[in-house]
Design a protein around this ligand. Structure first.
Ligand code: FUL
Length: 503
């Protein structure tokens, strides 16, 4: 029998069925507002990383050195970069930022531009380089490496004069050139005051908006380190969160009108929450220490944050779309103290147990709208654990819903939501409902989503969950809706009463 050259309507319907992925391709949504650069996207992927405060202060038992400390006081007895970096890696940190120079001016590397450095320390007979050892250990353990180079220098004779800016930039160039790829450059906001200043002493005041000529100082990093993000009160890539308690605002928008600020000169409330709308993408970083001080003090050995306290910090920072920068101060041996290691292990155990299984995987997902009917933007794209796929809707559907049907009762107490960041921060209001006694009951509600929004509450037991995008100026692009259960045995304080049908 002669076969027809024209495909039947039924065949066409199958070929172009969205479920086979052969539907006419829909265009991705246009980005909305400021969106992250490549270096910022790499930074977002890190989420949790560490700070190392280590210098003469570790040996003088101070938080801020005056600048007249003798180089000989810096003398770790058992410096072990591998132990430090491995501790960080096992805690789940993705990067480490080292105080290469703190306010006291002592340099942990043998800088060509000063004698006030490890080269006059008895440690390794003046041949040591802490920056090199930490950078190399980071490379070995596959962690990013970042630098803290304090703009304020209480040792330098020229601090406050134009000559110091040249010195500062020379040092920045040294660090950006000699230690491989740098993932973050930290510009502290503490600027000017009393110091040793080459023996002159007294006060040095500077205008923190103009003295460092930031545009040209930042340019050194842009020219030399293509993937480094710069941190300060004004970004340009990453902003201070406005406190040192590790707490992002709620909401915490990734955007900021950063031209209003300069390092050391910003409104901490606005840094905490971000600006919406904002002119630039400048997400928040929550810096906080595992101990009361930034530097090691033996008197604080029993004041290390508990694993549960660290977990709470994680939810208040990473869980609000910011990053957690947790400080681990090496002790006088040059190691992370046993008490800190123990706390970090407890913290990791809780997070690993919580995020071991995504209960949304395998659920039947139905969206009220899928962009162009194209599976590439289908509901499943938010449930596959991949950050580079997303569920999206037609441009004229900014407030859709997504329903997960588990086909059985499921219990969770943590929800993770993420937007697809290359398209900007889009959602302005969202809600989650559980299915209870044949009706939807709201159990969570918020505004900003962004890089990540973690909701953590009492147990929710239900057969269905609904995500509602309540307000958005454009269609959403959601790359994650995941459900987890933090085990009761690991929760502190004990979990609140369960929210389950009939209660
Ligand atoms: C502050 C500094 O003054 C502290 O000593 C510490 O380095 C902290 C991370 O930043 O501004």
């Amino acid at each position: 029998m002669k076969r027809s050259a024209r495909p039947s309507l039924a065949l066409l319907a199958v070929l172009f069925s969205p479920s086979l992925g052969w539907a006419p391709a829909a265009e991705p949504p246009a980005p909305y507002g400021p969106a992250p650069s490549a270096r910022q996207l790499a930074w977002h992927a890190a989420e949790f990383y560490g700070f190392l405060h280590f210098t003469v202060n570790t040996f003088t038992d101070k938080e801020w050195g005056v600048g007249n400390e003798k180089e000989t006081v810096f003398n770790p007895t058992d410096f072990n970069a591998d132990q430090i970096v491995q501790t960080a890696r096992e805690a789940g940190m993705q990067r480490l930022i080292l105080t290469c120079k703190h306010h006291d001016g002592f340099c942990l590397w043998p800088s060509k531009f000063t004698e006030h450095s490890v080269k006059h320390s008895p440690w390794k007979d003046g041949q040591g380089d802490v920056v090199r050892e930490i950078a190399d250990a980071c490379k070995k353990h596959r962690l990013g490496f970042g630098t803290y180079l304090s703009p304020w220098d209480r040792n330098h004779k020229d601090y406050g004069k134009p000559e110091y800016l040249e010195y500062y930039r020379n040092q920045l160039r040294e660090l950006m050139t000699n230690y491989g790829p740098i993932s973050e450059v930290w510009f502290d906001g503490a600027n000017g005051g009393t110091g040793w200043y080459g023996g002159a002493g007294g006060q040095r005041r500077i205008d923190n908006r103009t003295y460092y000529d930031w545009a040209n100082t930042w340019k050194i990093v842009y020219d030399l380190q293509p993937m480094a993000c710069m941190f300060s009160d004004a970004g340009p890539e990453v902003r201070w969160i406005g406190n040192e308690q590790g707490m992002a605002g709620d909401p915490c928008w990734a955007t900021l009108n950063r031209n209003d600020f300069s390092p050391g000169n910003a409104d901490s409330g606005r840094l905490n929450r971000g600006d919406r709308p904002g002119t630039h993408w400048v997400p928040g970083e929550c810096d906080v220490s595992i101990r009361p001080g930034w530097f090691y003090h033996a008197s604080e050995d029993n004041r290390v944050r508990s694993p549960h306290n660290l977990v709470d910090l994680y939810y208040q920072s990473v869980g609000r779309g910011a990053a957690l920068l947790l400080n681990l101060p090496p002790d006088r041996r040059g190691r992370i103290h046993e008490n800190d290691v123990q706390s970090l292990q407890g913290f990791r155990k809780i997070l690993d147990a919580t995020f071991a299984q995504d209960l949304a995987r395998g659920a039947k997902a139905t969206a009220s709208n899928v962009r162009g009917g194209d599976v590439r933007f289908g509901a499943q794209q938010a449930l596959n654990g991949k950050r580079d796929t997303y569920w999206s809707t037609d441009d004229n559907v900014p407030t859709p819903e997504l329903v997960l049907d588990f086909g059985r009762a499921v219990t969770f107490n943590v929800v993770s939501l993420r937007e697809f960041l290359p398209l900007g921060q889009r959602v302005e209001d969202w809600a989650l409902d559980r299915w209870e006694n044949e009706v939807w009951v709201e159990f969570a509600h918020g505004t900003a989503l962004g890089a990540r929004r973690l909701w953590r509450g009492g147990d929710v037991t239900t057969e269905k969950v609904r995500l509602r995008i309540v307000k958005a100026p454009v269609c959403p692009a959601l790359s994650e809706l995941a459900l987890y259960r933090e085990p009761d045995a690991l929760r502190w304080p004990p979990p609140p009463a369960a929210q389950s049908p009939g209660k």
